[in-house]
Ligand binder design. Structure first.
Ligand code: ITT
Length: 191
């Protein structure tokens, strides 16, 4: 099993990433890093900048993940501000912002950046869907109870299995793990 440090304050991310990485023989271990997030247009810029800042502090290979919920009718808001807006408005606040909106399309975008002495590599994952008209389900975290992935009848708050099988995070984690395994075949001691 290869262990990779994951700089995050969000334990849900570690749990979901570990579930997705298990079959690749990869395990993430949480580390805390005080690097402040930059303002940017998209999650990949935030993840790249953060991983470089955290690598400079921790000086060991590690990943940072940035995720955002981009709502079409709000021109991509809350996007890279998703964490701040969730704390400020919560799901009820997002539903209020969309109360008059017929266009409820939204996409979760996730970027995972990996840094080591060779530089930075970034992996992306996204899932399109719509925002419900009320919160549905107690599972998951963050915006899960108001996000209905395209082609599904249940939100990620109601159907954890659907999220586990195909989320923005799972897609990005799988790309990262495949790449990690190409760098050092399973069985070889991690750097
Ligand atoms: P970090 O320490 O890793 O930055 P964070 O929680 O601040 O943790 P982000 O900025 O990447 O992470 O996440 C933005 C917010 O979007 C996060 O606080 C959640 O409210 C929400 N979010 C992230 N991933 C989500 C997911 O898979 N499902 C639902 N909401 C999610």
């Amino acid at each position: 099993m290869k262990t990779v440090l994951f700089a995050t304050g969000n334990a849900h991310k570690i749990e979901e990433a570990n579930e997705a990485a298990q079959k690749y023989g990869v395990r993430f271990r949480q580390v805390k890093c005080g690097h402040p997030e930059i303002r940017a247009d998209f999650v990949d810029e935030v993840a790249k900048d953060s991983v470089l800042g955290c690598y400079a502090q921790i000086k060991k290979p590690l990943i940072v993940e940035d995720t955002g919920l981009f709502i079409d009718s709000l021109n991509g808001f809350p996007g890279v501000y998703s964490a701040h807006i969730y704390r400020l408005l919560g799901n009820k606040g997002i539903l209020r912002l969309l109360s008059d909106s017929k266009d409820r399309r939204a996409t979760f975008h996730c970027a995972i950046s990996y840094a080591d002495e060779k530089g930075v590599k970034t992996f992306l994952g996204s899932v399109p869907g719509t925002i419900t008209t009320e919160e549905r389900g107690e599972g998951g975290f963050g915006y899960d109870p108001i996000f209905l992935p395209a082609g599904y009848a249940k939100t990620w708050g109601e159907d954890r299995l659907a999220k586990k099988n195909l989320s923005h995070r799972v897609k990005a984690v799988e790309s990262l793990c495949k790449w990690l395994n190409q760098q050092a075949p399973p069985g070889r001691k991690p750097q």
